[in-house]
Every structure is written in C-alpha cells, then in structure tokens.
Design a protein around this ligand. Structure first.
Ligand code: PMP
Ligand code: GLN
Length: 383
C-alpha cells in the first residue's frame, strides 16, 4: 500500500459493526436504519428490475432521475439544468471523492471542519492534496460551533477548496445562517470551491430547515453540492448519490467519476426518481419519527449518566462520558460491546486532535424504539 493511504486501511464503521455482530451487541455505532424505505420506491425498483433496466445507465445518470433531482433542488430556490449541471454517482461517497480528485492536486490545501466524516481525509490523500483541519468549538450550552476566526486563519495561498457537511455527522450540528454566511464569504474572498455534503438535508429537527451553501450570494457558481438517497429514503445500501454544480464543475467531477465506477445502480435510479417526486410526505414522517427517537435516546443517555450534547439534525447524538467517571471514550467504545452489549463510535476517530475530542461518544438513533430502549437499558449498567 502506498504511504499516503496507509492511515486508511480500515474504517471505524466496518470494525465497530463487526464487533457488534461478533458480540451480539445493540449497534448504535454505524448509522443505518433498521426499517425499509417507502413501499412505492421499493415497487418502482422491482418494476425497473423486471422491466429491463439492467444494463448500463447513461454516464451522467438516467434522465428521469436527473430531472427529479433538479425539481427537488428547486425547493431551495436553486435551478440546475439536468443535462449539464447534474451527475448521478455511486452514493455521496463517490461524489465527494470524485470532486476532490477532480479539483485538487499535490500542493493544494483543502479545508476540513473537525470532526469530519471519515472519507474526507482519505479522498484528500488519494488526490495527493493536503488537509487543513479546523476544529469545531464546544459552546457552553453544549452546542458545537464553527470557529470562524480559526477558519479564516487556516486559509493560505494554496487553499483550493473547503468541505462542508451540514447537517453535521457526527455532532448533529446544523450550521446557522451566520456560520454558513461566514463560510460563503470566505469562499468568495479567497476564490475557493465549496464541496458540500448534504446527505442529511431532510433530517433537520425542531422545525428548522436545511439551507444549502449554494443558495448564499456568490456561491451558486463555486459550490459542488452533493447529496444522496440513502439517508432520505432509508436505503443506505443503494448508493445512489448526486452532484449539482455549474457545468464546468460537474464536468470536472464527471471526468473523475467515469473512471471510478463509470455508472452504477441502473434499476435503482428510476426508483429514486420516483421517491424524490412522490415520497416527500413519507420523508416528513421519517423526520418526525427520528426527532422523537433523538429525544428518546438523548433522555435515556442522560438518565444513564452521560452529559448529552444537543442534536439538531442527522441520525446522531454525542454524549460526554466523563460524568460516568471515564476519561477516554475511545477506550470505552472498544469495551462497550463485550461489557454491556452496546456499540457506539468514539468521536476522536473523526479528528486530527484525539485529545480534544477524547470525552465524546457518538450514538445513532435511527433504530426501532424497542432497539433503542434495550440499548438504553444496557447503558444503565455502566453506573
Ligand atoms: N457523508 C456523510 C456525512 C455521511 O454520514 C455518509 C454516510 N451515509 C456519507 C457521506 C455517505 O453517503 P453515501 O452512503 O450516499 O455514500
Ligand atoms: N454514514 C454512516 C455513519 O456515519 C456509515 C457509513 C459507512 O459505514 N461508511 O455511521
């Protein structure tokens, strides 16, 4: 293995899920739901599968899916031409990697907000570029906030791009209008490309709404907006994602993407098109149910003795292990499955500064209530 990929030989999700399976633990580690997506979407996939949609789809994605993605993006007041400004990818993961490969090279710096999704440093390493990591700060009320000064200070003449994930995995933070606006200003002033990871765009709680960075002044032309069907429609295994951006940027991402997978998910693409056009009421119900699950798990964790951080979106809630007498959440995470039969993920693995993030565990709440309740019951045994 080449040196630049040596830090990336395994993922925390694969390892923690394997440990959960081996020990029969309740898996609140890897974020995937334990119920299926809308029946209409599943039927559409079945019909496509038996209706002959089993050969290579067009390189940019099936036209009905690109049209549905364009219609969906209109909800934010953003218009994209399905023929020149939208590309279907193998999940958001491929979109992110292809964007980084297409837009950065050795000598370039990419700004990354920490904690980061695990694929970002790997994508930057594959491109041979350098990551510049800016940690979120923990506010007094337990919110995670963007340190705008630190972000500005991290920009150098070599900075090409910034990766922005909101709603944010693993913290459950949703960046405020002011935070997004500061990022937009920074991009415009320094001529940076923003690569936005919006896979949790529909999973925003308490009546708040997702605001895409591309909707801020000066950002439409310099933002590669990425999302995927996995989280929105409970189909994380389908790996249907997409990129919306100006023609030159989409063209660049396509140049990389076409030699990674070329195309993927033929019969699933029309099903996702159906879901984007017809299943948003189902998604609304999902969002409400997840909001209740967030409350259920947060309350359970607090009762079990954790100091729970507020979660405003995604599948995840973070909890401080120190009130229970532990000092190292990573050490604890590796013991939890054997010790009490619960799996969680330490936040420090998503950072370059493990000491700063040593006290936090991430728990996924995208599970059936009885699974959450059993997990909570077991977590009480930590006292
Ligand atoms: N970004 C974030 C923040 C995620 O949590 C995930 C996991 N679903 C992904 C990207 C990957 O998305 P996909 O499964 O569509 O590749
Ligand atoms: N996005 C999911 C999480 O954060 C896991 C995805 C994966 O396993 N790569 O838990």
């Amino acid at each position: 293995l080449v040196p630049r990929l040596r830090p990336f030989t395994s993922t925390i999700f694969a390892e923690m899920t394997a440990l959960a399976v081996r020990t029969g633990a309740i898996n609140l580690g890897q974020g995937f739901p334990d119920t299926d997506g809308p029946v209409g979407m599943l039927d559409a996939a079945k019909n496509a599968l038996y209706g002959g949609a089993n050969q290579y789809p067009p390189g940019p994605g099936r036209p009905e899916l690109r049209a549905a993605i364009a219609r969906h993006r209109e909800r934010y007041g953003l218009s994209y031409d399905p023929d020149t400004e939208i590309l279907v990818t193998a999940g958001a993961t491929e979109a992110i990697t292809a964007a980084v490969l297409a837009l950065t090279e050795p000598g370039d710096e990419v700004l990354v907000i920490e904690p980061y999704y695990d694929s970002y440093p790997a994508a930057i390493a594959m491109a041979g570029a350098t990551r510049k990591v800016v940690p979120l700060a923990e506010g007094e009320d337990g919110r995670f906030v963007l340190d705008v000064q630190a972000l500005r200070a991290a920009v150098t003449p070599a900075t090409r791009a910034i990766l922005v994930n909101s709603p944010h995995n693993p913290t459950g933070t949703v960046f405020s209008e002011a935070e997004l606006s500061a990022i937009a200003d920074l991009c415009v002033k320094n001529d940076l490309v923003a690569i936005t990871d919006e896979v949790y765009e529909h999973l925003v709680f308490d009546g708040a709404e997702h605001r895409p960075l591309a909707a801020f002044p000066g950002m439409r032309e310099r933002t590669v907006s990425i999302s995927s069907a996995g989280k929105t429609f409970n189909c994380t295994g389908w790996k249907i994602g997409w990129v919306c951006a100006a023609p030159e940027l989409v063209g660049a991402v396509k140049a990389a993407k076409q030699f990674i997978t070329f195309v993927s998910g033929g019969p699933l693409q029309p099903a996702v098109a159906h879901a984007l056009d017809h299943e948003l009421d189902w998604v609304d119900a999902l969002r409400k149910s997840l909001e209740a699950k967030r409350d259920r798990l947060s309350a359970g964790l607090a009762e079990a003795g954790f100091a729970v951080r507020p979660s405003f979106g995604t599948y995840f809630v973070c909890a401080d292990v120190r009130p229970l007498g532990f000092t190292d959440a990573a050490e604890l995470a590796w013991q939890l499955p054997e010790r009490i039969g619960v799996a969680a993920v330490p936040v420090s693995v998503f950072t370059d500064h493990p000491e700063q993030w040593k006290h936090l565990l991430r728990f996924a709440f995208c599970k059936r209530d009885e699974v959450l309740d059993e997990g909570i019951k077991r977590l009480h045994e930590l006292r």
